[in-house]
Design a protein around this ligand. Structure first.
Ligand code: NAG
Ligand code: NAG
Ligand code: NAG
Ligand code: NAG
Ligand code: NAG
Ligand code: NAG
Ligand code: NAG
Ligand code: NAG
Ligand code: NAG
Ligand code: NAG
Length: 458
């Protein structure tokens, strides 16, 4: 799920005002708001054993790892729950196990407080079951290794409209054997969360600028001025020298249509690997591109910028083009598109989404409230590819048809490409799971680059 940038307050407000997700809402549509991405629930942990060879040139190491094809202790399997919207990993916080959403589109690690108030989106208390967390919650007083961070407020807002706030602190986090001590975490106790009955928190893997702790005891007083950024889990693991290569690599497997419709929990949905490429068969094509940082423009909108004050927020990369029948007629080049495991859909500029979705047979129908395009579940998908650094990564037609349950319980299908508004300053776009099913994405937040490697079709 995309986490709003602290520096992007203005654009956030603009986007937030367009957010409508009351009617077309279901568990897997957390990110359905036109401004947004979704929350993936992540479910697998992997051990950091430090057995991976010393870092040489990153690309060489990646190639070597690819050839070895071994699943090491540094590799976790991902499970999926609730259609395909959530990729979960198992972690421990202060020794206690949790299942959390793996999210490359945000930076905080949080688990819900055991004494939480569930809120609706209007900030009104509702029964705790409404939040639909998994069974485990975190009681800081029961963790011998937890240290509170006094007089601060944790407050995270996601592109889905969800928001959670409460205390922050420090504890030992273990993800697949990778143990990080004194990791700053949020323990939100006032939560608007659209849960799935399984996920109990989020493990965010993006940059410090997107973290969500503020030097104030009042939620209302949180602002960019009292934001106290902290080092997120993965970067901290590198800083604590738990890894020799500063990257994590994600292979999200495509669930079958039937699994998406009928299975509440799908095992074996891929891997997250720390310090090496995720162990799935890949093609020779791989490109490594720089992550694009952001800075406020003259209108205080947060835009891609190479200025010296620009900071890294999301894993935003430059897209040469999106190619599909009719793509010649629209601008598809973008320097403002991020890779988000937390978003099931791709969310692209209005003209691109409109031109693509006009190509379905039978044609798609736009849903004004959500920016999604409804399609017949048996509709024929137009071919679609993402071109990065001169390499074309095609998206499998199966990824472009996303089933979801409507409010009356029927299965409906939507196009994998939704409309995230016009390509104007302050608006960002997303390549979510629809794209990520087709590549191995390797994220290096230290050298600030991303490697995309095509997967052997499966
Ligand atoms: C993985 O970890 C286990 C337990 O720590 C150890 O026994 C095993 O040898 C390790 N396997 C590899 C491939 O490193
Ligand atoms: C993750 O934790 C859940 C709940 O404890 C457990 O059922 C599941 O088997 C675990 N998955 C893995 C891959 O360890
Ligand atoms: C739980 O939270 C409520 C309200 O925030 C508070 O009044 C109550 O004392 C808390 N209970 C415990 C056991 O901490
Ligand atoms: C939130 O408030 C708006 C406007 O007052 C109202 O239309 C909507 O139904 C409320 N939503 C919930 C979940 O209470
Ligand atoms: C937190 O705030 C309280 C009340 O203002 C103050 O007494 C206390 O010293 C503060 N604690 C820290 C660690 O700043
Ligand atoms: C929080 O603000 C107070 C002043 O209000 C300052 O003394 C303190 O150092 C700040 N804490 C952090 C962690 O920035
Ligand atoms: C919040 O900000 C207002 C206005 O700046 C200030 O009067 C108030 O004391 C602050 N409250 C807290 C709890 O920091
Ligand atoms: C889902 O399960 C129902 C009931 O078992 C079955 O009728 C339906 O065909 C299944 N749908 C898919 C897409 O597999
Ligand atoms: C991003 O793209 C816009 C045009 O779409 C361009 O004006 C701007 O200079 C680009 N920014 C960077 C940092 O490349
Ligand atoms: C900004 O930096 C990126 C990555 O190095 C580069 O591709 C892009 O052309 C630069 N944009 C401008 C406007 O300099």
């Amino acid at each position: 799920m995309r986490r709003f940038s602290t520096l992007g307050v203005l654009s956030f407000l603009l986007l937030f005002s367009r957010t409508t997700h009351a009617e077309f809402q279901s568990t897997q549509q957390r990110g359905i708001a036109s401004s947004s991405a979704q929350l993936p629930t992540a479910a697998f942990t992997l051990p950091f054993t430090g057995k991976i060879p010393r870092r040489e040139v990153k690309k060489t190491a990646l190639a070597a790892f690819r050839k070895s094809k071994k699943i090491s202790n540094d590799t976790l399997r991902l499970d999926g729950a609730s259609f395909e919207s959530e990729y979960l990993v198992n972690i421990t916080v202060g020794g206690k196990p949790f299942q959390v959403i793996l999210d490359s589109g945000s930076s905080d690690l949080w688990v819900a407080h055991s004494n939480f108030t569930c809120l609706d989106r209007n900030d009104t208390a509702v029964p705790p079951a409404t939040c639909d967390f998994g069974p485990a919650q975190f009681d800081p007083s029961q963790s011998a290794t937890f240290h509170p961070f006094p007089n601060v407020t944790f407050l995270v807002r996601y592109g889905s409209g969800e928001f959670l706030s409460g205390p922050a602190g420090f504890d030992t986090i273990v993800v697949g054997g990778l143990s990080v001590t004194q990791q700053e975490i949020g323990v939100p106790d006032s939560n608007y969360f659209l849960g799935d009955g399984t996920s109990e928190g989020v493990l965010g893997l993006a940059f410090p600028g997107l973290t969500s702790v503020y030097n104030t005891t009042s939620v209302k007083n949180t602002s960019g001025a009292n934001h106290i950024p902290y080092t997120p889990f993965f970067i901290n693991a590198v800083a604590q020298k738990k890894l020799e290569k500063p990257y994590f690599s994600i292979a999200l497997n495509r669930p079958t249509f039937s699994q998406q419709v009928n299975a509440s929990f799908v095992p074996d949905l891929g891997f997250i690997a720390f310090g090496g490429i995720a162990p799935v068969p890949v093609l020779a094509d791989a490109v490594t591109v720089a992550v694009q940082p952001y800075a406020p423009n003259a209108d205080h909108l947060f835009v891609p910028s190479n200025a010296s004050n620009a900071i890294f927020e999301w894993y935003t990369i430059h897209i040469d083009a999106f190619t599909f029948p009719g793509s010649e007629g629209v601008t598809t080049k973008s320097n403002n598109t991020l890779l988000d495991t937390g978003s099931p859909h791709n969310w692209l500029p209005s003209p691109v989404a409109a031109a693509f979705n006009a190509q379905w047979d039978p044609p798609a129908v736009r849903d004004e409230d959500t920016g999604l395009y409804a399609i017949d579940c048996t509709a024929k998908a137009p071919p679609f590819a993402v071109v990065v650094a001169g390499t074309s990564f095609p998206i499998d037609a199966r990824d472009l048809v996303i089933p979801q349950k409507s409010s009356d319980g029927n299965v409906i299908c939507v196009s994998g490409i939704g409309d995230n508004g016009p390509d104007v300053p302050g608006n960002t776009f997303i390549l979510g799971d629809v794209f990520l099913h087709n590549v191995v994405a390797t994220f290096n937040p230290v050298d600030v680059e991303v490697t995309l490697t095509g997967r052997v079709p499966y």
